[in-house]
Design a protein. Structure first.
Length: 302
């Protein structure tokens, strides 16, 4: 009997409390099971069972070894499931992390769900930098560069910020021509939900340090800031994918164009050690495809 079969005999004996009952489960004689367990004990150098005429109970070493054996068997079963899935269609649970601006990616996320109904999507939207491997994510859409060798990624695109205000607001006071002019304006800022910190407006380095920009209002939602700007409440700094359509429609006007200098890259990333399961590959390829056709973002028109 090989080592794995001996371990299986040991686990069945631990579960049933008897060589005879374990043999019945395995289709072996009680003698064969007993000899397998004895050889296993000899190779390990410890006793796994307390034996008596009435019962068999695990020794402390036996309890520890059983726990380790169960973990090995569970890992093996997981590997078998993964190999079966690799040969089949995308299915199963897919845990995906999205940045706070993930609301604007939902047009692509929902399209993915419709295209892959056998995949159970579990979304986590947060402004914090999640531990992809430690927290068990299958894939994450992340802003910024990739500097973790444990991760693989595909670039989805980039975006920049623009300062905008409604035409109605700009009728109430002169449009700013310099950063200094912002002192006379209502400035609407983004506040990170987790840390509570204000996201500074990304003026080009030659204008730094920028001080005394009024903090007239703040919100921890891009959509809320856009609504405030559309309502004529002040000037907001928003991603370009949020404001392109309202600018085209005449609902928002750009201000201080050319003074901001930022380009933020967006990637879809996944653990490098993770077997490229169909569900992960399907998600990555779908999001890359949406990005290539310009359909990644929700274009807000109002």
């Amino acid at each position: 009997m090989d080592q794995f079969s001996a371990i299986n005999a040991f686990m069945q004996t631990a579960a049933t409390g008897s060589f005879t009952r374990a043999g019945g489960k395995l289709g072996l004689s009680s003698s064969a099971v007993g000899k397998a367990v004895s050889r296993l004990e000899e190779s390990l150098g410890v006793g796994l069972f307390h034996r008596s005429t009435r019962a068999m109970t695990l020794t402390p070493e036996g309890l520890l070894f059983l726990e380790r054996c169960r973990a090995i068997v569970n890992d093996l079963e997981s590997a078998q499931r993964e190999m079966t899935e690799i040969a089949g269609k995308p299915r199963g649970q897919l845990r995906v992390g999205l940045p706070q601006l993930g609301q604007h990616l939902m047009v692509s996320i929902t399209a993915f769900q419709l295209a892959h109904p056998d995949i159970e999507l579990d979304l986590d939207i947060s402004d914090r930098l999640v531990d992809i491997i430690g927290e068990g994510f299958d894939a994450v859409i992340r802003i910024g560069s990739l500097d973790d060798s444990r991760l693989r990624g595909r670039m989805l695109g980039s975006y920049r910020h623009r300062l905008v205000a409604s035409p109605a607001y700009l009728k109430t006071r002169p449009s700013p021509r310099s950063i200094i002019d912002l002192k006379e304006h209502v400035c609407l800022h983004y506040r990170y939900p987790t840390s509570g910190k204000i996201d500074p407006w990304p003026f080009a380095a030659r204008y730094m340090p920028v001080r005394d920009i009024p903090r007239s209002a703040a919100a921890n939602s891009i959509d809320a800031l856009q609504d405030m700007a559309l309502a004529g409440l002040g000037i907001a700094c928003l991603p370009d994918f949020c404001v392109e359509a309202p600018i085209e429609a005449g609902l928002l006007s750009p201000v201080l164009e050319g003074l901001l200098d930022d380009s933020r890259h967006l990637h879809v990333v996944w653990p490098a050690s993770r077997q490229p399961l169909p569900r992960i590959k399907a998600f990555v390829e779908f999001m890359v495809g949406r990005a290539e056709t310009g359909a990644l973002w929700r274009r807000a028109s109002s």
